[in-house]
Design a protein around this ligand. Structure first.
Ligand code: NAP
Length: 344
């Protein structure tokens, strides 16, 4: 049951009550620019104090230590360190499946039973917890039936190591197959003003099955906020991706449209982008919890302003047209099957 108590609003993801906006922990791992460990820990502490208690991480986030192989795990270690004193206030989500071994053994994704079990044990150890509230399959291993992967995840639930299950970048059919094995609390896939392909099949299927949605990159990896420059993109791992590289200038039309609505509302583009997503969640009747990430706590506080921002019908209609202005696809890797729309 979701709570509308203004002091502590929550959203229900398959029985897990989470803050209505979560925090994307990947931002604290040198993906879109640098931050050192002490600053990252301070930011995360302040984020939780500000009431953003649904924390998203993954075993693969972070910088691999020299001489080690497999998922880096350093983001999980950071999250584990910070949440230790406030564990009961945090809804902890992590993911397995991206092996971090792309160059080493050529198997970028694994979802076989033995791997799922070993990955979960490693995450529990790094996080320093005995229970993960929401455990996601990060990517589908196309060589393994999804029923096997979800079956292995269900065993972790039965053993009390995991509370609820989630799936990232799955197709509608994969989601249907998964729920035959175990209830799925949430799909986590990219969904934002300029990345709306999930609305064709995945979101309606989630709505039909009572599965929640956790939109990742809800600010378009920062682009929709209008604060990204050609120079700042060069500091990030997405510098070469279509939308941020060759089409960076063309996509300023996207930013202008969002900014225009923000100015009318005396709000920021980030707040507008998130408010539109929350509106989409209501439109599709699916519990929707975006997880923007930032290295600056004041930006997380700013993002919370989306919860009380009201968009007019006309503003929603104009924001609905933003995706038509976007040039270049949302996939940041060359394999089209890396994202759900590459397989639908
Ligand atoms: N399941 C998956 O495959 C997958 C893939 C990608 C991401 N994720 C998850 O989703 C989370 C969010 O996605 P994301 O980090 O890719 O993208 P995002 O949240 O759309 O954008 C993050 C970027 O936006 C900037 N930002 C945040 N709030 C801002 C504001 N109010 N004003 C201006 N700039 C702002 C941050 O920069 P500063 O740090 O400079 O503020 C950061 O670089 C990740 O942290 C991760 O947990 C999951």
């Amino acid at each position: 049951m979701s709570s509308t108590d203004p002091a502590h609003p929550t959203v229900d993801l398959g029985g897990l009550e989470v803050s209505p906006i979560g925090f994307g922990g990947m931002a604290l791992s040198h993906v879109y620019g640098g931050i050192d460990h002490a600053d990252a820990a301070r930011v995360l502490r302040e984020v939780i104090d500000a009431g953003v208690t649904f924390i998203d991480t993954a075993d693969v986030y972070g910088e691999p230590r020299p001489g080690t192989s497999g998922p880096a795990g350093t983001n999980e270690e950071l999250v584990g360190e910070v949440i230790a004193p406030v564990r009961d206030r945090v809804q902890l989500a992590t993911k397995f499946g991206i092996t971090g071994a792309v160059g080493a053994d050529g198997t970028p994704v694994r979802g076989d039973r033995a791997y799922v079990r070993a990955a979960a044990e490693a995450s529990l150890r790094r996080l320093g917890v005995d229970h993960i509230d929401l455990y996601y399959m990060h990517r589908r291993d196309l060589s393994v039936p999804i029923e096997e992967t979800v079956g292995a995840m269900a065993e972790l639930v039965a053993e009390g190591k995991v509370g609820r299950l989630g799936l990232s970048e799955v197709t509608a059919d994969e989601l249907r197959a998964a729920v035959t094995e175990h209830p799925i609390a949430a799909v986590q896939s990219e969904w934002s003003l300029w990345s709306r392909d999930v609305e064709a099949h995945v979101v309606p299927t989630a709505a039909e099955l009572g599965v929640g949605f956790v939109p990742y990159s809800p600010l378009g990896r920062g682009f929709l906020t209008g604060t990204m420059t050609r120079e700042s993109v060069q500091q990030t791992v997405i510098a070469g991706a279509e939308r941020f590289g060759e089409h960076f200038d063309a996509n300023q039309a996207v930013v202008e449209q969002v900014r225009a609505v923000a100015e009318e509302l005396h709000a920021t583009p980030a707040q507008v982008a998130l408010a539109w997503l929350l509106h989409q969640g209501r439109r599709f009747d699916v519990a929707t919890v975006p997880i923007p990430g930032s290295r600056r706590v004041e930006r997380t506080v700013e993002n919370l302003g989306a919860l009380t921002l009201e968009l007019s019908e006309d503003q929603v209609a104009r924001l609905d047209r933003v995706a038509d202005l976007a040039v270049g696809g949302r996939n940041i890797v060359s394999d089209p099957r890396w994202i759900s729309s590459g397989r639908e």
